[in-house]
Design a protein around this ligand. Structure first.
Ligand code: SF4
Ligand code: SF4
Length: 404
């Protein structure tokens, strides 16, 4: 008999299951349910309801007095589908009136499903790729600086320079997906222009572990995480700057928790670092005549609380006309590229991206500015597929256009 194990959940999470008032607010705001309304199991409300029911049937008083109830393969399969058809955007948490911390609950559910081997099989391929190659693409990890190949000149000290003040953590998407090579290229151009003393971990940079953590396979990421911390410490940097919000979130919130002590260096997102450089007058900003809107990446905004720095950078550039989309800041719609949902359900991922593109089009902007290479990759891919004439740029690319 398949048994749900309560030890996958914290005491707080078990209490939160009973705190849900079934108000249905999360159902209205869930972007994946909006695209697949035939599957009630996607809704936050239903996921909570199912888990609560499973636990009661197997560990409640009646189960103890009489016997545990078997869970049918159909209900387990439907539950698993709902849990993995989720971008982990945390919009549900944002609107929940009782403040149920749902994102960590969804990850705990995924860990439980991995333990029961009820997760999507593609996740095993992701786990094997990342733990063998130390990146999500399966390329040789020594090629992390492949995006420098077509630079006019490779910045001095880019590869594992000792005692540089800043380590730029590239992230797997920027390092291995040519579609977004322009993001690391723009960022290092800006750092060089501002005279920042920086380096990278080169081929010693391993995946930050985030894709495995959110797949429910976090235990397979721990060794890589420790390796990354040790590498930055051995380089002697004072700051780590990440352009990927998921890497940033993982470094800032998961890593100290993993090792049980402060990292010994500061962790910043590129937007925090660049906004500070602008405030210090590090750049001579020239006009860029563009109408733009801004897409808040979920792991930068909702889960890390960084909303204003990207907007400060955009609005500091003369000539830029900035307009918000219908859903922005805490209520921003996800791009569809999070939560490993592209692997679990590519159609849902694409549909969410289409909806976000539609919101951007409604503003009349010609460019969507974001601060995440995965958001850029997802929105660019969707725009090409839908033949939508709106371009997506990382905030570093827009800034470089003004500076160069
Ligand atoms: S995290 Fe986002 S996609 Fe997942 S259930 Fe909540 S609102 Fe829906
Ligand atoms: S918003 Fe919160 S309280 Fe309301 S149904 Fe969703 S989880 Fe339950």
């Amino acid at each position: 008999m398949v048994t749900i194990n309560p030890s996958f959940y914290s005491i707080r999470q078990l209490i939160e299951l009973d705190a849900c008032t079934r108000c249905g607010e999360c159902r209205i705001w869930c972007p994946t349910f909006a695209e697949k309304p035939s599957l009630e199991a996607i809704t936050p409300f239903k996921k909570i309801d199912s888990l609560r029911s499973f636990l009661r049937r197997q560990h409640g008083l009646l189960a103890k007095l009489m016997r545990r109830t078997a869970l049918s393969p159909e209900e387990l399969t439907t539950f698993a589908q709902g849990v993995y058809d989720c971008t982990l955007c945390a919009r549900c948490y944002q609107v929940c009136p009782v403040g149920i911390e749902m994102r960590s609950l969804w990850i705990a559910m995924r860990e439980q499903l991995v333990d029961l081997e009820l997760h999507p099989p593609l996740m095993n391929r992701l786990r094997d790729t990342v733990t063998t190659h130390y990146n999500i693409s399966g390329d040789p990890n020594e090629n992390r600086l492949g995006w420098t190949a077509n630079l006019a000149s490779v910045p001095e000290g880019l590869d594992r320079k000792q005692n540089a003040e800043v380590v730029y953590f590239m992230g797997c998407v920027a390092a291995f997906y040519p579609m977004v090579y322009s993001v690391p290229q723009s960022l290092v151009a800006l750092l060089s222009k501002a005279g920042v003393d920086y380096t990278t971990m080169g081929g010693d940079e391993y995946c930050c572990g985030f894709p495995l953590v959110i797949a429910g396979m976090g235990k397979h990421a721990r060794e890589m995480m420790r390796h990354n911390i040790e590498t930055v410490r051995s380089l002697g940097a004072k700051k780590l700057v990440a352009a990927c919000p998921s890497c940033y979130h993982t470094w800032k919130h998961e890593y100290p928790h993993l090792i049980g002590e402060p990292l010994g260096f500061e962790v910043l997102h590129e937007t925090e670092f660049l906004a500070d450089l602008i405030a210090q007058g590090a750049f001579d900003l020239k006009p860029v005549e563009k109408k733009v809107t801004y897409h808040d990446p979920c792991d930068l905004g909702r889960t890390s609380g960084v909303y204003e720095e990207p907007r400060q950078i955009i609005t500091a550039i003369p000539g830029v006309s900035f307009v918000e989309m219908k859903d922005h800041h805490e209520y921003a719609l996800c791009c569809g590229g999070g939560g490993d949902v592209e692997m679990a359900d590519a159609e849902v991922s694409a549909a969410v991206a289409r909806r976000r593109l539609g919101q951007a089009q409604e503003t009349g902007a010609d460019f969507i500015i974001t601060a995440c290479q995965q958001c850029k990759r997802t929105l660019l891919g969707a725009a090409r597929k839908e033949k939508v004439r709106i371009r997506t740029l990382d905030v570093s690319e827009l800034l470089w256009e003004s500076v160069q």
